[in-house]
Design a protein around this ligand. Sequence first.
Ligand code: COA
Length: 161
Amino acid sequence: MYHLRTETPEDRWEVEALYDLCFAPGREALSSYRLRDDVPPVAGLSHVARDPDGILAGAIRYWPVRVGAQSALLLGPVAVHPTRQGEGLGGELIGTSLAQAQTSGWDRVMLVGDAPYYSRFGFEKLTGVVMPPPTNPDRVLGRALAPGAWTGVAGDVTRFS
Ligand SMILES: CC(C)(COP(=O)(O)OP(=O)(O)OC[C@H]1O[C@@H](n2cnc3c(N)ncnc32)[C@H](O)[C@@H]1OP(=O)(O)O)[C@@H](O)C(=O)NCCC(=O)NCCS
């Protein structure tokens, strides 16, 4: 029903408009956005989903970050248009892009989000991984893409440079 493909520069403003619709005003003031300032998203991992008429239904983006001295993927933002939610598209965007991240050689992924939603994709609370304040530590979640990839990885999450 939906066609998923990697985001291109032509998709950019439509994706921004979708995020503006799906998130509270001022989303770019969130501390997680400071990790994205002047850092390009990970090429080839961000995806859009369009319906058969080409209308944007959902999108997911990824940025690289540092956790202590290690690198990790920061998943998000992910959003599905309010009229398309609950059809499995969010799960499809997350599943497809994470599979691609794994085959691209990424070892670990993290996000700031609701554990009740992301636990179904294998995300668990990360202890000792500190997002810039103010971030609720209970919402800092991670998933290993390679066995044991989060073991011993801790510290401040900082901008990738
Ligand atoms: C979160 C979001 C991307 C999910 O997309 P979706 O296409 O509706 O998701 P799916 O259809 O794959 O999954 C729907 C299921 O997730 C559940 N779900 C959605 N958001 C949830 C949340 N925040 N916490 C717990 N469960 C949630 C739904 O209740 C539904 O449960 P069910 O399978 O038991 O019926 C979408 O709701 C959205 O865009 N929300 C607004 C933006 C947002 O909050 N993004 C995530 C930032 S952390």
